[in-house]
Design a protein around this ligand. Structure first.
Ligand code: ATP
Ligand code: MG
Length: 281
């Protein structure tokens, strides 16, 4: 049934420009002086970030800072009012939808999916862009591996709508992973997850980066960002407050100011990674 649906969506894979492999450090997506206005307000006010092959970039910052807007602009789900957004070297608006879908996979923040489908079929939807290409033969393996990686295989035959919130979030991620795009844009993939699965998801991000992908992930847990990201971009009020390695960017002073909440930062006694905690008591 899903094969028929995806086949209809993308009838022929002939003549498509498939993604090429990229060298570590190569910029797969970037914004330059990006301005986005929504409802008459400037939600992003000149933001420049780059997502590089082999790296995990975490977007952090308070509620309303513009993280989801930035991710949506990188995904070409939202148009720039000013500035430039590029994916694989080309302005996002100039990519045909399907060729863009072969290059970037997006996990939205509000995954309000209410598919009346079995879990495995939901994950298989991630394969739609590959229909009719030589890589269509990878569909079964890509679906299986994505389900294994996110630990949803045991739910494969169950209706998506009958899962818990965290289980659904993992299935939504599996669908994105099955797409096998070299640029992963994940908006709060860990928000609904338990401790084990938060770590699992960030390990997956690292694995994808090690395999050469560029991963951009929105996180609220600064400890997770510090432990797993190569670089962090801290957004505040639609602008970049800081960007760089977590060890350099995550200082008590900066985070206290950005979050308007006193915060302490300690080096982890074994790894040295920054541990971030609100000042209490
Ligand atoms: N359609 C819209 N019209 C007007 N304002 C909008 C619209 N969408 C978002 N905004 C505003 O843009 C700002 C940035 O929103 P965005 O969703 O990017 O924040 P965020 O950093 O992802 O926050 P959160 O951590 O809560 O997910 C917010 O102030 C929000 O109210
Ligand atoms: Mg958001």
């Amino acid at each position: 049934m899903i094969a028929r649906i995806t086949g209809r969506l993308f009838a022929s894979g002939r003549g498509l420009a498939l993604p090429e492999s990229s060298a570590p450090g190569e910029v797969l997506a970037q914004t330059s002086e990006l301005v986005v206005r929504l409802g008459g307000r400037e939600v992003l006010a000149g933001v420049s970030v780059a997502a590089r092959a082999g790296e995990v970039l975490a977007l952090v910052g308070p509620n309303g800072a513009g993280k989801s807007t930035l991710l949506a602009a990188l995904a070409a789900d939202l148009a720039a009012d000013e500035g430039d957004v590029r994916v694989c070297g080309r302005a996002v608006a100039r990519w045909p939808a399907r060729e863009l879908a072969l290059r970037r996979a997006v996990l939205p923040q509000a995954a309000s999916l209410s598919f009346p489908f079995a879990v495995e079929d939901v994950v298989r939807m991630g394969r739609a862009p590959w229909a009719g290409t030589a890589f269509e033969d990878d569909d079964d393996r890509a679906v299986r591996e994505a389900m294994d990686a996110t630990e949803v295989t045991e739910f494969a035959a169950r209706p998506f709508s009958a899962l818990s919130g965290g289980e659904r979030a993992r299935v939504a991620l599996a669908r994105v992973l099955a797409q096998r795009a070299p640029l992963l844009l994940l908006d709060e993939p860990t928000a609904a997850l338990d401790l084990r699965h938060q770590e699992l998801v960030l390990r997956i991000c690292r694995e994808r980066a090690a395999a050469g992908d560029a991963v951009v992930v929105v996180l609220h847990d600064l400890g997770l960002a510090a432990a797993y990201a190569d670089r962090v971009a801290v957004l505040r009020g639609g602008a970049l407050a800081a960007e760089g390695a977590p060890g350099e960017v995550f200082t008590g002073e900066l985070l206290s100011e950005v979050y308007r909440q006193p915060v302490e930062v300690f080096p982890h006694p074994r790894t040295g990674a920054p541990l971030v905690t609100p000042v209490r008591g």
